[in-house]
Design a binder for this molecule. Structure first.
Ligand code: GTP
Ligand code: MG
Length: 584
């Protein structure tokens, strides 16, 4: 259908975007019949309740169900780079010529963007058929038809807008200053943990943008592998994602191999001809290599493409400029997807789990225990496992062991991947809620105490059995991979990093204990509770300097543990300058 008035849509050429600002009003009349109108409002029910933390209000869906719905939603969605001064009402009216719009929002990321979800997929096709490839006199653009579009104004003077401007949706975490303000005004430590969770968790819009980005990349990969699926995994989908976290995705080629229908062809069986390579690893490297090339050469908005093919798990890393996501693309990674599903279950079972994980992860980041650069640091994935393990150890347990989730499984839950038994119950309603009523304040303190005194030198952590076991090797930190049980997910962690973790855990337990004795008033300017834990030692909390009064027995215990584990660099925990950072 021809467009009138507002502008010309062009498929986005393979170069930059401009920074711009929009002025707009909020129309409420472009929604599909029977759905909530246009903008995201607080009353609206998001698809993946546990993903975005509104789990108290909404029935908990299965992971596979959420992922399927998100994928289908993303396929009906387009990403549009918009000019400044666009009038929102006219913009939506123009787009709705292609069919009713279900949802939309605007955000800024090196330019101004709109995410528009149509009610029907046909509307996307209709919009795409109207879009054209721009003619450039000075530069050459490679024609590429995608759902990432560019909106241009035909007549700028037409666009002097009504002066009502709505907020752009924020895709970034808050500043440290803002976070400390929020935490200081909380009413209790429990309230602080929930505040931190609400402030950092992925928003409904951010989750949509993540699925849309995967869907856009899938369109590109499908040029080589028709029928392939790009699936998000890791913290984007496991309920533990923080605003600003990376976007892990994997290319699933298994769907291609699945025959649609088995026709009775008598004695005949037809197969595709395929090229054979010496190993699965080589196949993975070849596939990722061509996809990497393709993203680099033709992927609108994909910049800084790196092919890291010799890693243990080969990957293509790139930035998706328009969404602002740092993306890691792998293939053959169904166990990682299964881990994401398991974490989704743990994150959905009890509201305290995510609150505790977010606080521990922010605490670790604030003290440089984790880093976005690969190295000897502990990872967020390992920290999440430690929190889960700790919650399995409470009395009564707050979380069930993986073995008990396996024992609840039905025949339809059975899952064997690469010879590993990855079976567990997937229906959240079949898992009995915990009778444990401990407060988050207590749990946080006990977490630090538990791991501040854990016998890392001899014991391993495993969430499958939910109990400490002898370490099978001399890695400083041993956290058993829940599915590939002979592997340690924290093999990379050095003794000095572990020691730093232990020292900080002890310090933090001590701070929380002092809080118990005389908590500053919530309105005081002095950081207290969780806020005090997120500061570098000595920065604002006088309590940390008192740490020296730690009982001698505790120090001796730590020293003995270190000697036993045969560490060279344990005597002094590396206490470099620690910057506060609240980024993922
Ligand atoms: P962020 O730090 O927020 O990105 O957390 P994340 O859980 O997404 O971690 P990351 O991006 O490092 O890894 C993505 C996913 O890969 C994890 O959620 C796990 O499912 C999996 N993964 C990461 N590290 C390991 C590991 O050492 N072993 C195994 N088996 N899986 C891992
Ligand atoms: Mg990740």
């Amino acid at each position: 259908m021809a467009a009138r008035g507002v502008g010309i849509l062009a498929r986005l050429p393979l170069h930059s975007q401009r920074r711009s600002r929009v002025q707009r009003s909020i129309p409420r009349h472009f929604s599909c019949p029977g759905t909530v109108a246009a903008n995201f409002g607080s009353e609206e029910q998001p698809l993946g309740s546990a993903e975005t933390g509104s789990e108290d209000k909404i029935p908990k869906k299965r992971f596979s169900e959420v992922q399927k719905e998100r994928r289908e939603q993303a396929q009906r969605t387009v990403l549009i780079h918009c000019p400044n001064n666009i009038n929102e009402k006219k913009f939506l009216k123009y787009l709705s010529q292609h069919g009713p719009i279900n949802k939309h929002f605007f955000y800024e990321s090196f330019g101004f963007y709109a995410v528009v979800e149509f009610c029907q997929k046909d509307s996307v096709n209709s919009l795409q058929s109207e879009a054209h490839t721009p003619n450039k006199s000075t530069e050459s653009a490679i024609p590429f038809k995608s759902r990432f579009l560019n909106l241009k104004l035909k007549n700028l003077s037409n666009q002097i807008p009504e002066q009502l401007s709505a907020q752009t949706n924020n895709q970034s975490p808050p500043s440290s200053k803002k976070l400390f303000e929020l935490l200081n005004y909380a009413e209790s430590i429990d309230d602080q943990l929930y505040t931190l969770l609400k402030t950092f968790q992925l928003t409904e819009e951010n989750v949509r943008l993540r699925h849309l980005t995967c869907s856009l990349i899938e369109d590109i990969a499908a040029a080589y592998f028709p029928g392939c699926v790009i699936r998000p995994f890791g913290s984007s989908v496991n309920t533990f994602g923080k605003l600003g976290c990376d976007l892990d995705m994997f290319l699933d080629l298994d769907e291609i191999g699945k025959p649609n229908v088995h026709k009775n062809a008598g004695n005949f069986l037809m197969e595709f001809q395929m090229k054979n390579v010496p190993s699965e690893r080589i196949a993975t490297q070849k596939i990722l290599s061509v996809i990497g090339e393709c993203l680099d050469n033709f992927g609108p908005g994909c910049v800084g493409v790196q092919k890291i093919l010799n890693a243990r798990c080969p990957l293509v890393r790139f930035s998706h400029q328009a969404s602002g996501f740092q993306c890691d693309l792998t293939t053959n990674n169904s166990i990682a997807l299964k881990s994401s599903e398991l974490l989704y279950i743990y994150g959905s079972l009890d509201a305290r789990v995510r609150a505790l994980v977010f606080s521990v992860r922010c605490w670790a980041r604030a003290h440089s225990l984790t880093s976005s650069i690969p190295g000897a640091w502990i990872t967020n994935f390992s920290l999440t496992m430690m929190v889960i393990f700790f919650l399995q150890r409470r009395s009564p347990p707050i979380l069930p062991t993986l073995d008990s989730l396996k024992s609840l499984a039905d025949a339809e839950d059975r899952c064997i991947l690469d010879g590993n038994n990855c079976t567990f119950i997937r229906d959240l309603y079949k898992i009995k809620p915990s009778g444990n009523t401990e407060t988050l304040e207590l749990l946080l303190k006990e977490f630090f105490e538990y791991f501040g005194n854990f016998a890392f030198n001899k014991n391993s952590i495993n969430i499958r059995q939910g109990r400490e076991q002898n370490k099978p090797d001399s890695s400083p930190l041993y956290i058993q991979n829940p599915f590939e049980t002979s592997l340690n997910i924290s093999k990379n962690v050095s003794q000095s990093q572990l020691q730093k973790f232990v020292e900080l855990a002890r310090d933090s337990a001590w701070i929380l204990e002092q809080e118990d004795k005389g908590q500053p008033s919530p309105s005081s300017k002095q950081p207290w509770g969780l806020a005090a834990l997120l500061l570098p030692p000595g920065a604002a909390s006088p309590s940390l300097s008192k740490k020296k009064k730690k009982p001698m027995a505790e120090k001796v215990k730590g020293l003995l543990a270190a000697i036993k584990s045969n560490s060279a660099d344990i005597s002094k925990g590396s206490r470099g300058k620690r910057a506060i950072s609240t980024q993922a």
